[in-house]
Write a protein that binds this ligand. Structure first.
Ligand SMILES: NC(=O)c1ccc[n+]([C@@H]2O[C@H](COP(=O)([O-])OP(=O)(O)OC[C@H]3O[C@@H](n4cnc5c(N)ncnc54)[C@H](OP(=O)(O)O)[C@@H]3O)[C@@H](O)[C@H]2O)c1
Length: 283
């Protein structure tokens, strides 16, 4: 699995990581999902993205099982929900996430989306967590340029490491302004929901057929083509979710091979960046 430098940090992170939203279920499906995450680790998908909000904390417990005995391999990310992101709330939320994840530290801790508390309170708490060794890097999620600028300014001793935002072939809004801003500021951009949260272009649709035809020529799948296309930019990482081990294998092969400039141009033309600035979309 290809790795690249995570923003300004010196940490190398795999271009494709694993999401964990909605992996909870019954005993059998959870066992399967945990096996999938472990297989993903074997395949080099060592960036694991979770959040307090997922399954009301239960997904963090599942992640704990999947990374037990291999914590050192993992770039582990969790998020504080905006409702808990006061100074005291963030400290408490992080302590609880660490407990559920059965680890002493998070590689990245993010504010899940802009919320009711002052960003200064959240970042002050996050800086304390870094100073105490519970968090390595600070990030935000679903922040557009102006909010990100405020969050960076609110930091006193640390630098913003990441903005995690929606990015899939049918939503490339971040490529208008945010991506170049983050690149200039050496902030890693983690694109979430690369398959549109299950709304991937169907092979019967005109646009889906374009991906399918390109995929066939490389002996790849349309999702692998999409992952390859989405992760072209050197500031970008992507996180896909699957609860099925065989799909983790498919997704892990989304990079490590090259689309021709002509095919990149065809995909770009079929799934264009919006022609106007608009509010950052999120799911
Ligand atoms: N910061 C935020 O606000 C935010 C918001 C949304 C998501 N996220 C993060 O980003 C991660 C990914 O986004 P997402 O889970 O919303 O959606 P996604 O990764 O775009 O799509 C997941 C869907 O695609 C299916 N899938 C995955 N690999 C497949 C394959 N190879 N072939 C066919 N189907 C496949 C999955 O089904 P199966 O599971 O059945 O394979 C699932 O239905 C989340 O899990 C979460 O960690 C963050």
């Amino acid at each position: 699995m290809i790795k690249r430098k995570f923003g300004w940090t010196n940490v190398l992170v795999p271009v494709i990581g694993q999401g964990t939203w909605m992996i909870e279920g019954n005993q059998d499906s959870e066992r399967f999902a945990i096996e999938g995450l472990r297989l993903g680790l074997d395949l080099g998908l060592t960036h694991i993205d979770t959040a307090e909000m997922y399954g009301n904390g239960h997904v963090e417990e599942m992640v704990a099982e999947s990374i037990a005995d291999r914590r050192e391999e993992v770039f582990l990310v969790s998020k504080v929900p905006p409702s808990n992101s006061s100074y005291e709330g963030t400290l408490k939320a992080c302590a609880q996430s660490l407990k559920r994840l059965k680890t002493d530290w998070l590689d990245l801790y993010m504010l899940h989306w802009p919320g009711p508390h002052s960003i200064k309170e959240t970042t002050r708490a996050m800086e304390k967590l870094v100073a105490e060794g519970m968090v390595r890097f600070i990030g935000v999620s679903n922040f557009d340029v102006e909010e990100l600028y405020e969050a960076e300014r609110a930091l006193q001793n640390e630098r913003m490491a990441c903005d995690q935002v929606l990015h899939h072939v049918s939503y490339r809004g971040i490529e208008r302004r945010l991506l170049s801003y983050c690149t200039e500021h050496e902030i890693a951009v983690v694109g979430y929901a690369p398959f549109g949260h299950g709304n991937f272009p169907s092979p019967q649709s005109t646009r889906g057929r374009v991906l399918m035809e390109i995929a066939k020529r490389y002996d790849r799948t349309p999702r692998q083509v999409a992952l390859n296309f989405l992760s072209q930019h050197p500031s970008i990482f992507t996180i896909a979710k699957t609860s099925r081990p065989e799909r983790a294998r498919e997704n892990s092969n989304g990079v490590g091979w090259e689309l021709t400039p002509e095919d990149l141009a065809t995909i770009d033309h079929t799934f264009p960046v919006p022609d106007q600035d608009g509010p950052l979309e999120m799911i």
